[in-house]
Design a protein around this ligand. Structure first.
Ligand SMILES: [Zn+2]
Length: 191
């Protein structure tokens, strides 16, 4: 599971929010119990948690369903949360291309209006905001961990022209891509 998604689901565990109930299942390594993310029991440490996207898998891996939160009963937001998680998967796969609310909605066979409203209700932000954040994360990782030229990093996160990419990157992070890279690499030299 991708780290950002893990953190997003784990945040709902910490806050005991039901948005991922019925979509992901919290398996706790220390107790061998599997819960719905909103379970009211004591919050497990992130390091002791594995998320499964089906209860069957968790049970097959040796986890017992929690008697308190009854993960087998699904969740109130299940259809909405499923749509949001499908949207996340699409954006994760397509952040390097041009993506619009319309193109996402068409792939998910819902109206753009419904997608916008539902996604925001489940995750607290719009698909466009999430896509932007995803591209920032990917661009930062590429600048930090690869030798790719700035223009290539821009292309990898859907920007055709390097100046357009640089302007967007500055707006999001306060730093030019080259500054970001040299700060990160400078940090490594000091260690
Ligand atoms: Zn539970």
């Amino acid at each position: 599971m991708e780290q950002a998604l893990f953190e997003q689901i784990y945040e709902s565990v910490v806050r005991r929010e039901p948005k991922y109930d019925g979509v992901y299942y919290t398996a706790v390594l220390t107790t061998h119990i599997v819960c719905r993310p909103s379970c009211r029991a004591r919050t497990p440490k992130a390091g002791n948690v594995v998320f499964y996207d089906s209860l069957e898998q968790a049970v097959a891996a040796g986890f017992r369903p929690c008697k308190r939160c009854r993960p087998e009963e699904g969740g109130v937001l299940r259809p909405d949360a499923l749509l949001a998680s499908e949207t996340d998967k699409l954006m994760e796969a397509q952040f390097g291309q041009k993506v619009t609310l319309q193109s996402l909605a068409a792939q998910l066979k819902v109206s753009p209006f419904h997608l916008q409203r539902t996604y925001k209700r489940v995750t607290g932000r719009s698909p466009a905001e999430r896509l932007d954040q995803l591209r920032v994360e990917k661009a930062c990782a590429l600048l930090a961990d690869t030798e790719l030229a700035v223009a290539e990093v821009g292309q990898a996160v859907s920007f055709r022209g390097p100046s357009h990419f640089a302007a967007w990157f500055i707006r999001k992070t306060g730093l030019a891509p080259t500054e970001y890279r040299s700060q990160i690499q400078g940090g490594i030299h000091h260690e």
